[in-house]
Write a protein that binds this ligand. Structure first.
Ligand SMILES: Cc1cc2nc3c(=O)[nH]c(=O)nc-3n(C[C@H](O)[C@H](O)[C@H](O)COP(=O)(O)OP(=O)(O)OC[C@H]3O[C@@H](n4cnc5c(N)ncnc54)[C@H](O)[C@@H]3O)c2cc1C
Length: 460
């Protein structure tokens, strides 16, 4: 067996680690210069040295290429293409990071569940066993009336009674209204959770997928609801370690080596790249949805899957990095804002020792998409001034807008399966069939599942 994997994001590298750990060397092809895909470190440098070609799609630059619009520090700095958070219930991701050589204790700032919208709302999990910690945190939430807190607790109890399973999927907002969650409760509690977890506004989001996340995070063990903020960049955290793990077990990982076509040849699959062609026993296609659709469209047996992928729609995520003087810090490492463009702020000083660096995240579609990046950064700086009294002027700023950050996680969405009509071609990625929205855990699970399909064939 000599499987190949197209794509060195979290899904592809999860498949690669799973196969190579079980004694099957793999070959990974990654089109970008670096591994990590939509969760990657981006090297930023002095504008004159800055190489825009490292910013592979879907990394968006401002109109005109952005040259001269960014004010970057003199020294190189690695920023993630977007601030990510993990949850304690992301078991597969956390396990694979350790398997590839990471140490969860060192690699993350781990915080017990706490959701704070500055000066407006706070939910904090007390030290009680699950699920009491969730119910008690709802009962004690600040910024809600007693009636609203009771209503939130009743909703959680109703979800538990139905085992977090709906007879029919619907929009998250409709489910919330059907359970008497009023507008303020939705705005302060459920909508921020829905947007952070599904990257889809509650009026469009799948209630069932939201319940899947609530089931695993708030209704599991207490540590499942922990928030994990990485101290190192996302390429280093897993994909680069995974590549080393693969190489040590006889596999190969090629970067800047995009696959241009998949061609079935008898029992084997030929992959064509600019550098040449090679045949493999199996192929796991873990490229981005658009590229997977393009590769599949050209193979008659796979063309129907291309059509399924092309039917998906997408949601953006914008991260605004603002570098303040080192003395600037937030009241806590992760802080939400109510009725602002910036939804969540992350203090990179408290998380990763990048003092004075604040990452502001705007998830999902919204009016911010109409704004020029520079204007948006100024608006967020003004929000920090008004909300938190940060009067210093940012020394530099960097806006990273991922227009197709995740698929839009809508009710009853059809997501393509991992297996295809060709038994030796498999499909991985956060958008493939699964319980989870587009997350690292969803991506990792899909990669593991494809690897397991191949392993079953080798040891039925
Ligand atoms: C800004 C942002 C913030 C996010 N925040 C969170 C968060 O807080 N928590 C969370 O869990 N998730 C978050 N996500 C989602 C998470 O990043 C994704 O779900 C996950 O990274 C998807 O991994 P993947 O391997 O499925 O796809 P990708 O990361 O898209 O990987 C596909 C890979 O294939 C490569 N490729 C493309 N074409 C070819 C080709 N022809 N040949 C070879 N290789 C190719 C690409 O370069 C890429 O490396 C966020 C995403 C973004 C963009």
């Amino acid at each position: 067996m000599n499987p190949a994997i197209i794509g060195g994001g979290y899904a592809g590298m999860a498949a690669a680690v799973t196969l190579s750990t079980r004694g099957i060397p793999v070959t990974v092809f990654e089109s970008a210069k670096q591994l990590g895909g939509r969760a990657r470190g981006v090297l930023c440098s002095n504008p004159s040295e800055y190489d825009d070609s490292t910013l592979a799609p879907p990394f968006q630059l401002p109109p005109g290429g952005g040259k001269g619009k960014r004010l970057l520090p003199e020294n190189h700095l690695i920023l993630d293409n977007g601030q990510h958070i993990l949850l304690g219930c992301y078991r597969h991701t956390l396990k694979l990071i350790e398997q590839a050589g990471g140490n969860i204790g060192d690699d993350f700032l781990r915080l017990p569940l706490q959701l704070t919208l500055h000066n407006r709302f706070e939910l904090k999990a007390p030290a009680l066993p699950a699920p009491l910690h969730t119910l008690a945190s709802l009962m004690r939430a600040r910024g809600l009336s007693l009636a609203q807190r009771l209503s939130a607790v009743r909703f959680m109890l109703a979800l538990r009674a139905m085992h977090f399973q709906l007879p029919r999927d619907t929009a998250a907002l409709d489910l919330l209204r059907a359970h008497s969650q009023d507008d303020a409760l939705i705005r302060l509690l459920w909508e921020p959770i829905c947007i952070a977890a599904l990257n889809t506004p509650a009026h469009k989001a799948s209630a069932q997928v939201l319940l899947n996340v609530l089931r695993d995070s708030l209704n599991g063990a207490r540590s499942d609801s922990d928030i994990l903020l990485p101290r190192i960049n996302f390429s280093t955290l897993f994909p680069e370690r995974a590549a080393e793990h693969v190489r040590q077990r006889g596999g190969k990982v090629f970067t800047s080596c995009g696959v241009e076509a998949i061609a079935p040849q008898g029992e084997q699959i030929e992959l064509l790249a600019a550098q040449g062609s090679q045949r493999f026993s199996h192929v796991i296609c873990a490229a981005s949805p658009a590229v997977s659709a393009r590769l599949f469209r050209a193979v008659p047996q796979l063309a129907p899957i291309a059509a399924q992928i092309e039917a998906l729609s997408f949601q953006p995520i914008t991260t605004i990095y603002l570098q303040y003087p080192e003395s600037v810090r937030l009241p806590q490492a992760m802080l939400g804002l109510d009725r602002c463009f910036a939804q969540w702020l992350f203090d990179r000083g408290q998380i990763a020792g990048q003092h004075g660096l604040i990452a502001a995240v705007i998830s999902a579609e919204g009016p911010h998409q109409e704004w020029e990046q520079e204007q948006l950064a100024q608006q967020v700086a003004q929000e920090l001034r008004e909300q938190l009294g940060i009067t210093a002027t940012p020394l530099w700023q960097q806006v990273i807008a991922e227009k197709r950050a995740t698929f839009s996680c809508e009710p009853g969405l059809f997501r393509p399966a991992h297996t295809t009509p060709l038994s030796n071609v498999l499909l991985a990625g956060d958008y493939t069939a699964g319980d989870y929205p587009a997350t690292l855990e969803g991506a990792v699970r899909s990669g593991i599942q494809c690897a397991e399909e191949i392993l079953q064939e080798s040891h039925p």
